[in-house]
Design a protein around this ligand. Sequence first.
Ligand code: HEM
Length: 210
Amino acid sequence: MVLSRRSPDWRWIGIKAVAHGLALLPLALLVQGVVGDTLGADPVAAITHETGNWALRLVLLGLAMTPLRRLLGKPWPIRFRRMVGLYAFLYATLHLATYVVLDLGQYWQQILEDIVKRPYITVGFAAWLLLVPLAVTSTKGWIRRLGRRWGQLHKLVYAVGVLGVLHFIWLVKSDLREPLLYAGVLALLLGLRLWWKLRKPLAQAPMRGA
Ligand code: HEM
């Protein structure tokens, strides 16, 4: 019996390597900023802002993959979905760690008080918590084990997007332009899904009297 072994798809491996490089670039720039002491007067705030922004951007990018597949009529965006989601989790975890370790420091226990008393932290923490099961179940083994329920569980990413945007809107004191831009992108991505979902049954419904 001849066992056929598939040769590696080098083009795809190259594209994925570039995508990993791009996803790690903001982190590399942050590390460079820390080492070179170029993050400004408040480096902890700079790290919190960068990691928070990248976490949210990547959540939104992950949410864009399904609409992109549908609009382009090509399957490739879906092949990036897991990678993008895991990087969103990485940046969200670094963001949380920056707050707990670098910001609160020896008062790290105060995070519990903050989660209870400061609404924007409550909402941010809820978003991070929801990302945990998504990251854990992102492997092929979990996809197989959960079957149909995997897709249902991963709909939690919609809530992560909403909570992430709310967190940002809540913490901003005056200029709402940036969080509202994220809110607009999120509304577009969720709105497209809703539109397609509502249209499908109509298109498939049998004609009256037919
Ligand atoms: C336990 C979880 C979290 C904590 C404790 C936390 C805490 C914070 C803090 C202290 C800030 C800076 C506030 C300020 O400038 O006054 C911040 C900003 C931010 N966070 Fe979070 N956050 C959490 C989770 C998240 C998650 C999951 C996301 C995204 C999905 C996120 C996205 C952002 C964004 C976009 C900003 C604003 C960055 C900017 O100012 O440009 N955060 N967060």
